[in-house]
Ligand binder design. Structure first.
Ligand SMILES: [Zn+2]
Ligand SMILES: [Zn+2]
Length: 141
């Protein structure tokens, strides 16, 4: 992978910045109620890979535990939700919210996750595979 294709991003005030090294394992529209509540948006896009892929390049985010073993990172300067860190199918994973990327056009969502709790008045990219909860291990890899 050449350096131009490395995903970078950060919070609104740029106190927290990151690199997401390598290709994401999945890029999912997340319709879960936790992301909805944390971001204030009806649906979010999560860019996910192994936890080693996410590297912070300025101040580290602050974390809180949103459920058992799952940490959510945010900037305590401007409040931007940044990332999720936890276990997914038994391995350490991390995702960043696509809205924090410097160039959101570098990614393309490949699935809908937690579609069971999607908002009835919002239709987005319905050609993509839809999973009622999290996608099964190995799906679309
Ligand atoms: Zn900030
Ligand atoms: Zn979610």
């Amino acid at each position: 992978m050449n350096t131009e294709s490395v995903l970078t991003g950060g919070c609104f005030c740029r106190r927290v910045t990151f690199r997401f090294n390598g290709k994401p394992g999945k890029v999912a529209f997340c319709h879960c109620e936790t992301c909805r509540s944390i971001t204030g948006a009806p649906v979010t896009v999560a860019v996910m890979g192994s936890s080693e892929q996410l590297e912070f390049t300025a101040t580290e985010p602050k974390y809180f535990e949103s459920s058992n073993g799952v940490k959510r990172g945010f900037c305590d300067g401007c409040g931007t939700p940044i990332c999720w860190v936890g276990q997914w199918h038994g391995n350490g994973h991390a995702f960043v919210y696509a809205g924090t990327l410097d160039n959101i056009e570098m990614i393309t969502p490949d699935r809908h996750a937690f579609h069971r709790t999607s908002v009835s008045w919002l239709a987005v990219n319905t050609d993509l595979p839809v999973f009622p909860e999290t996608s099964p291990e190995g799906a679309l890899e």
